[in-house]
Design a protein around this ligand. Structure first.
Ligand code: SF4
Length: 82
């Protein structure tokens, strides 16, 4: 039985990672180039925002706190019960 040689990332048309990928754990290095394990074209993953597979960047979730007047809230709640 003959062993198959592993195919390089560059031979599989993988494109090198982009600057925004720096720090991601999915980066693999091969022949002085860095490739993404998951995507052929890392650049396209960043075109519309944050790459959804990035391990080093997460989308920011804004938490908005709304101040509620307790008296008005109680009044509103009691008005809805009727
Ligand atoms: S998973 Fe996304 S951020 Fe990470 S190396 Fe691949 S394309 Fe870049």
């Amino acid at each position: 039985m003959q062993k198959q040689a592993a195919i390089n990332y560059s031979e599989r048309n993988f494109q090198p990672v982009v600057e925004k990928c720096e720090g991601c754990e999915r980066i693999v290095e091969e022949a002085d180039s860095q490739f993404c394990q998951s995507y052929l074209k890392p650049e396209s993953k960043w075109r519309l925002g944050i790459c959804n597979f990035a391990t080093h960047a997460k989308p920011e979730i804004k938490v908005v706190t709304i101040r509620i007047n307790p008296l008005k809230a109680a009044k509103r709640a009691s008005a809805q019960k009727i």
